[in-house]
Each structure stands twice: as C-alpha cells, then as structure tokens.
Write a protein that binds this ligand. Structure first.
Ligand code: FAD
Length: 379
C-alpha cells in the first residue's frame, strides 16, 4: 500500500515541505510507494514580505506573484480546492468541491489571516499593507497625504515580528522625501508596555524612535476606530486623533481550523519541538498556523518546514525521527529606505539586532528575489 502524504496549504511552509519531500523521497515517489498531494486556496503563490514595499512604490506587483504550479515540483499532485473540514480521528479531509481525501500523514500549513473586522471601525478607518488590496489603498493614501497626525497601530497576534518597526521607520523617511515630515507627527501604539514583544528589539527601538522623534503610546489594546471623527480608542481608554491611520490588524488562523475544532482562534495546538499536532502522531503543523510560542514569520515557516521534511522522510524510509525544531527565526529588518539590520533567535537565544547598514538593506532586497529559489528548495 502506498503512503499518502497530504499537504493543506500552498504558501511558504507547504511549498517548502512539498519540494523538500520530493528531493528526499524521490525513489519512493517514482516506485509509487509514496504519493504527495497538495490542496490550496489559490493557484497563485504570493511573496508576502514584498507587500511592505508596495505602499512606498518600491516594488512591482508582478514581482510578488508566481504560478503555484510552477513553484512546485511536478511530482506533487496539486489542486486548488480548499479544505473545509479536517477530521484527525477518521483521517479524512473534506474539500470545497465536495471531495473527501484520506491520508497516512497530514501536513497542516494553512497560515494566518488578517482580521480588521474584529475591531469596530477598523476596516473603514484604517490602512494596512498586509494584503495587496490594502497595500494599494495605503499607497494611494500616502501619495495624497500632505502631513498631519499619523498613527501606526500594532495589534496582536500578527505575522512578521519586525514589520511594525520597519513600516514606521520607512514611513518616516517617505514623509521626509515628500517634504511633509515637518508638518507630521508619528505615534506608534503597541499593546504591551514596551515597543516590541521581543525585549532586545524593544530596547533597540527606544533610542532609534527618540532620535527620530517618533512618539509611542504603550499598553494600547485597540477597542475601536471612529472613521467619522478620525480617532482610535484603546481598551485602556486612551483616544488618539489621526489624519492617517496605519494598522497591523489582529490575525487569526483559518476558518477550516476553527470549524474543525483544531485550536483556539484557528491556531493548532502543536508540540514546539516535534511540530506534531498535540495528540496526533501523523499530523504535522508548520508555519503561521501553529500555536507555538515563537514569532509567526516566513523564516519560522521555512525552518519548521525543513525540520518536518527531515522527520517525515526519516519516518517513511527508516521508521525513526530525525531531529527537533529549535525555534530558529531569522528576519532581515528595514530601518529606513536605504538601511537595514537583522535579527536571529531561537528558543534559547534572544535576538541581538545590530547597527543598521546599507549592506544589510541590499541583502534584504537580494533575498526578495532569491525567495523563489528558496521556495523551490534550491537555496
Ligand atoms: C507585509 C508582510 C511582511 C512580511 N515580512 C516578512 C519578513 O520580512 N520576514 C519573514 O520571515 N516573514 C515575513 N512575513 C510573514 C510571512 O509571509 C508568513 O509568516 C509566511 O508566509 C507564513 O507561511 P505559511 O505557509 O504558514 O502561510 P502562507 O504563506 O500564508 O500560506 C498559507 C497557504 O494556505 C492556503 N490556504 C488557506 N486556507 C486554506 C484551506 N482551507 N485549504 C487549503 N489551503 C488553504 C493559502 O491559500 C496559502 O497558500 C511577512 C508577511 C507580511 C504580510
């Protein structure tokens, strides 16, 4: 009997798992003892980190997308047919088209989604860059902005730990380049009592924000946005007026995870080392959709995917485990339009961001193009 591996989600994590398994299980795939199937919600693969550059006119939209079929090894049976229900007891998946699929091993890689709808007024009153439509609208708003009060409002949880700081620092330089910085005031809000959940990054940002005149409003848990009078209010009862509101909306996991009762708010309860779903020995969870206590990021998804590929291949070939995930994350961080730094950390080692440099900015731009090789497993 052939072993069926089913991957749900054709984003960063699912794609790296699929292509990695094709490399490690080449023989099994060609003799038919293993089959590899992927279900996804769209036929396009989006390089999401590129969205950061859209509002500032620094990237072509065509650079963000590839056909998912072309990013995947041809041995993967790929369908655009979103999963609507996952039953880990019967090992069956139901899809939007009405199909039922079974599996020997399941990989859940459905990612996360932005939920501005969870905050009253946010969808109408705020701009964001976390999807293409939002990033385009933010670009249009920035193009006509003549200065005033700008609030950068950060909500949790969200993917990409460094994006809030990146967008704030890039925005400041953008306003300066338009000649409207003098007439503007930038206020950054954050839900806890420091500038970032990663303490070393928060400590790094304090002198940067002070030097650049960026104000901060901490312990700001967003309660509502009032687009009519252009204010944003926190649960702590602080109200800030704005002329331009940029938000990182709260996120949840996907509806299919919620409907299948696999985890609160759509985050699947996952062992942080084996990446197995809690209570399962045949369900791997990779990428944003896990509930593990580490940043949701593309690099997290990549390192988790590599670990899961090694383990799945070892289990199938040799009935043994290969290794555990150590919580590794590596993110380049833009610190303006022409400089950048980076953070790397894992479960035991905290991040230690260094001084910004032009070289690291260019490395980040280089990686934006090399991503497609990385997704194919060539890097
Ligand atoms: C603006 C922005 C900037 C970012 N910058 C960085 C950065 O600098 N560095 C970094 O490391 N990370 C960054 N990220 C985060 C990174 O893009 C995500 O963490 C990463 O894409 C997560 O990978 P994933 O595979 O878990 O989810 P995704 O890549 O989102 O993929 C999920 C996939 O699941 C599919 N799917 C959804 N529902 C279903 C369903 N029911 N059935 C089947 N398929 C389904 C979707 O179509 C999608 O293909 C950024 C993200 C954004 C938005």
């Amino acid at each position: 009997m052939s072993k069926q591996i089913l991957i749900i989600g054709g984003g960063l994590a699912g794609t790296i798992v699929a292509n990695g398994l094709c490399r490690q299980l080449g023989q099994e795939l060609s003799n038919g003892s293993v089959t590899l199937t992927m279900l996804s919600a769209t036929d396009k693969h989006m390089y999401q980190p590129g969205l950061l550059y859209v509002p500032f006119g620094k990237i072509r939209e065509s650079e963000l997308f590839r056909d998912q079929r072309k990013v995947l090894d041809r041995r993967v049976a790929f369908s655009v047919d979103p999963a609507t229900h996952i039953c880990v007891n019967s090992k069956r998946i139901t899809t939007q088209s009405g199909k039922t699929l079974s599996y020997d091993y399941l990989v859940i890689a459905t990612g996360s989604r932005i939920r501005p709808d969870l905050v009253p007024g946010m969808s109408d009153g705020a701009h964001w860059f976390y999807d293409l439509d939002g990033a385009r609208k933010m670009r249009d708003a920035l193009n006509v902005f003549q200065g005033g009060k700008v609030v950068v409002n950060v909500n949790a949880p969200h993917k990409c730990p460094v994006a809030p700081i990146e967008v704030t620092l890039m925005l400041r330089e953008f306003l300066a380049s338009k000649g409207v910085l003098e007439k503007s005031e930038i206020t950054y809000t954050y839900p806890i009592g420091r500038l970032h959940s990663l303490e070393p990054l928060a400590n790094w940002a304090v002198p940067e924000f002070q030097r650049l005149g960026i104000k901060a409003e901490l312990f700001f848990n967003t309660k509502q946005v009032n687009p009519a009078d252009k204010t944003i209010t926190s649960e702590e009862d602080v109200t800030l007026p704005y002329d331009l509101l940029i938000t990182i909306p709260p996120h949840t996991g996907q509806q299919v995870v919620m409907d299948s009762k696999l985890g609160d708010a759509g985050w699947v309860a996952t062992n942080k080392q084996t990446l197995l779903r809690d209570g399962s020995d045949d369900v791997f969870v990779v990428g944003d959709t896990t509930n593990i206590p580490i940043s949701k990021a593309g690099s997290t998804a990549h390192f988790e995917a590599d670990t899961s590929v090694d383990n799945l291949a070892s289990l199938i070939k040799e009935k043994r485990w290969s290794r555990v995930y150590d919580g590794k994350v590596f993110c380049f961080m833009e610190t303006g339009m022409t400089t950048g730094t980076y953070v790397w950390f894992n479960y035991n080692t905290p991040p230690n961001p260094g001084p910004p440099s032009q070289a690291i900015h260019w490395l980040k731009l280089g990686y934006n193009r090399l991503y497609w090789l990385s997704a194919r497993g060539l890097l």
